[in-house]
Write a protein that binds this ligand. Structure first.
Ligand code: MG
Length: 300
C-alpha cells in the first residue's frame, strides 16, 4: 500500500486494499477545477495556464472541452446541473447554460472588479459561494497581470437577485471551499501570501447560521506540508485536502487520518464516478484517480 499513509486506524476503512492510485493522463501545465459530470459520464478540469478546459472520459481519454476558457479555474454545478466556472482572465463567475451559451453571472462587488475568482461551491438553496484571492492577476501565467481593487475575500452570490456580499474576510489567499454534508459548516482553505516568509497555510472552519450568515472562522487544520488549495468532503464529513505530498484526509474533529501519496503537488480534487466513490486528483501536470471506500457528499 505504497500509495497511502495511515495515520489513524479509521483511515484504513476508507481505502481499498486493491485500489491503487491510477495515472489517467499527463502533459498538462497545471490542472485545476475538476468537476464530475455524471450525466455525461465525464470529468471536466482545467489546464489553466493553457487557457482551456479539458474533458476526460473513461474509455475515450482526453479531449478539449472549451478553448479559450477565460483562464477558468474552480468549477461546480448548480441545482439545475448547469456548470458554474471561475474565470481569472475575465475576473468573473460564468454559467454554461443547457444550450451551451455562456452567462456572465457576477464580476463586481460594490462597483469594483473582482480580483480573480478561484474556487466555487453551490449550496442546496442555490446560493453560490466563491473565493476571490489575487493569485490569478498577479502574473501573466494564469490569466494576465491586472490591478487589484478589492481585498481578498469569500463571497456569497445569489443568482436569483444578483446580490453579492462578502461572507468572510481576513484572508491572504482564500482558495478551495466545501460545505459539510449537512451544510452547518463551511471549510475554506487559506493558501496565504506567497511573497511573505511564512505564508498562512491552513483550513478555516465557519459555522453556517440561518440566513446563510457565517460565524467563527478559526483555524481548523494546518496542512503540512502545504499548500492547502482545493478540498472536498465525503459522506461522513471527512475533509480531503490538497497538500504538497498528496491528499490529506482530515476528520470533522480536525485530526489528520491519513494521506494519499501523490508524486506531484496536488492542486485540486473532486469525487466522481458512477457511485461518487472515485477521487479525481489534479497533481500539477498529471491527472490521477483512486477508488475509495467512501462516497463524496451530496446536497442534504
Ligand atoms: Mg484553487
Amino acid at each position: 500500500m505504497n500509495d497511502f499513509e495511515i495515520v489513524d486506524r479509521r483511515f484504513a476503512h476508507y481505502i481499498l486494499e486493491n485500489a491503487p492510485l491510477e495515472e489517467l493522463a499527463g502533459g498538462f501545465r497545471w490542472i485545476e477545477g475538476p468537476v464530475w459530470m455524471g450525466d455525461a459520464n465525464c470529468l471536466l478540469f482545467q489546464d489553466l495556464p493553457r487557457d482551456r478546459t479539458m474533458r476526460w472520459i473513461e474509455d475515450a481519454g482526453i479531449s478539449v472541452y472549451r478553448s479559450p476558457s477565460g483562464y477558468a479555474n474552480g468549477q461546480a454545478r448548480d441545482r439545475q446541473g448547469r456548470l458554474i466556472s471561475c474565470s481569472h482572465r475575465e475576473r468573473c463567475l460564468f454559467r454554461t447554460e443547457w444550450d451551451g451559451s455562456l452567462t456572465r453571472l457576477v464580476d463586481r462587488h460594490e462597483g469594483k472588479p473582482l480580483n480573480a475568482p478561484n474556487d466555487v461551491v453551490v449550496k442546496s438553496n442555490g446560493s453560490i459561494w466563491f473565493t476571490d484571492p489575487l493569485y490569478g492577476i498577479q502574473n501573466d501565467y494564469e490569466g494576465g497581470r491586472q490591478l487589484s481593487e478589492q481585498p481578498p475575500a469569500l463571497y456569497r452570490f445569489d443568482p436569483q437577485s444578483g446580490h453579492i456580499a462578502i461572507a468572510a474576510g481576513d484572508f491572504d489567499g482564500p482558495n478551495g471551499l466545501a460545505f459539510s454534508p449537512d451544510e452547518t459548516r463551511l471549510y475554506v482553505s487559506e493558501t496565504g501570501d506567497q511573497t511573505t516568509d511564512a505564508p498562512r497555510q491552513y483550513i478555516r472552519v465557519f459555522d453556517v447560521a440561518a440566513g446563510d450568515r457565517l460565524f467563527g472562522g478559526e483555524v481548523f487544520h494546518k496542512i503540512e506540508p502545504g499548500y492547502a488549495d482545493g478540498l472536498c468532503v465525503d459522506e461522513d464529513g471527512n475533509i480531503w485536502s490538497s497538500a504538497a505530498d498528496g491528499v490529506h484526509c482530515i476528520a470533522p474533529g480536525g485530526e489528520l487520518l491519513g494521506k494519499i501519496l501523490v508524486p506531484h503537488r496536488v492542486s485540486n480534487l473532486t469525487f466522481g464516478g458512477f457511485a461518487r466513490n472515485r477521487l479525481f486528483i489534479g497533481g500539477s501536470h498529471t491527472l490521477y484517480a483512486v477508488f475509495l471506500n467512501r462516497r463524496g457528499a451530496t446536497w442534504p
